[in-house]
Design a protein. Structure first.
Length: 330
């Protein structure tokens, strides 16, 4: 994992050379496999479909994102530089606008929305310092405020929100090692952090989704392997349990929730950059393969607006992307 960061500058240069705004990936995506779960409808309609939407104004990878009142906000990331840019996408008009910049430029932070406020936590700044910074964005006033820092500075973490509390999970610490199983919870009502039960598996570049008050930590990297590990956290008991593994081991992926399923999207695995989409059903503890993204990529962000998942930005062999693709089960 440290190799990814040690070669970051070289990759940024490659991105600047190899992609211009508006370009789409021409890499060969990994083929979708058959559905892996008996009893799940495998018709093309059930696997969903992807459509291309208006491109993000700024190509970037390692960004954070959140949805407030149906508007998707893309925050930070990098292309040829670490950025503090914030751009907002309105699915109803398929149009992007620029918003107040993030106070501190950073890449690979995590994000969560609580009561209409978007929180950005952790990441790495332009001076290669791993951050514990927490900044809160209010779309109603287009302003940012600094909040109490996370106890543990980290990058490539993930975050989920349960009952008004933001849970920061995993990541990597100073010098991008060790890989962390740290879980810390932020209460915006008191602007305080508490430490919770550690995740069973140390990892960074994982993804997190929340369904019915349970947080699911998915995939990632532990310094030796791409992971297909799925572990579930119940804040009511402060305990973790292991769930059915993801069919495709990967890191730098994203996850989003539709109904009682979360969807593991893209990332990088043994086949390289992935367009693979796999859905986990929390009621049956089973996985199914869904329609693949049009563009294979890692380091993307996904969020749900309405009943549609939007996959924005990322990185593949063509460079840094401003791609915006939408997944629907219709």
């Amino acid at each position: 994992m440290s190799q990814r960061f040690s070669t970051l500058n070289a990759m940024i240069v490659l991105a600047l050379i190899s992609i211009a705004p508006g370009c789409k990936s021409s890499s060969n995506p990994a083929p979708a496999s058959r559905a892996l779960t008996a009893g799940i409808d495998e018709t093309p309609q059930s696997r969903g479909s992807w459509t291309t939407k208006s491109i993000m104004p700024t190509a970037r990878r390692g960004l954070a994102a959140g949805v407030v009142n149906g508007i998707l906000y893309a925050v930070g990331g990098n292309d040829f530089e670490f950025m503090n840019k914030v751009e907002a996408y309105d699915p109803s008009t398929d149009y992007w606008t620029t918003k107040a910049p993030l106070p501190m430029a950073r890449v690979w932070p995590a994000a969560g929305v609580i009561n209409g406020i978007l929180y950005i936590v952790g990441g790495i700044d332009a001076n290669n310092n791993i951050s514990n910074s927490v900044e809160a964005y209010d779309p109603a006033t287009d302003t940012w405020n600094t909040k109490s820092p996370m106890p543990t500075a980290r990058v490539a973490l993930a975050a989920g929100v349960i009952n008004g509390t933001l849970y920061a999970v995993g990541g990597a610490s100073a010098n991008y090692h060790p890989y962390l199983n740290t879980v810390e919870a932020y209460d915006p009502a008191t602007d305080t952090w508490t430490t919770k039960a550690s995740m069973p598996t140390d990892r960074d570049d994982l993804a997190v989704s929340v369904i019915d008050g349970i947080l699911y930590a998915v995939g990632g990297y532990n310094g030796n392997n791409f992971l297909n590990t799925v572990e579930a956290y119940d804040p009511a008991t402060d305990t973790w349990t292991t769930k059915a593994p993801m069919p495709t081991a990967r890191f730098l992926l994203a996850t989003s929730v539709l109904g009682r399923r979360f969807y593991a999207i893209g990332g990088q695995g043994h086949a390289g950059y992935l367009n693979t989409v796999e859905a986990y059903d929390t009621s049956t503890n089973t996985w199914a393969t869904m329609a693949p993204m049009k563009t294979a990529r890692d380091s993307l962000a996904t969020r749900v607006a309405g009943r549609t998942i939007y996959a924005i930005g990322g990185w593949n062999s063509q460079g840094v992307l401003n791609t915006n693709e939408a997944f629907s089960r219709k």
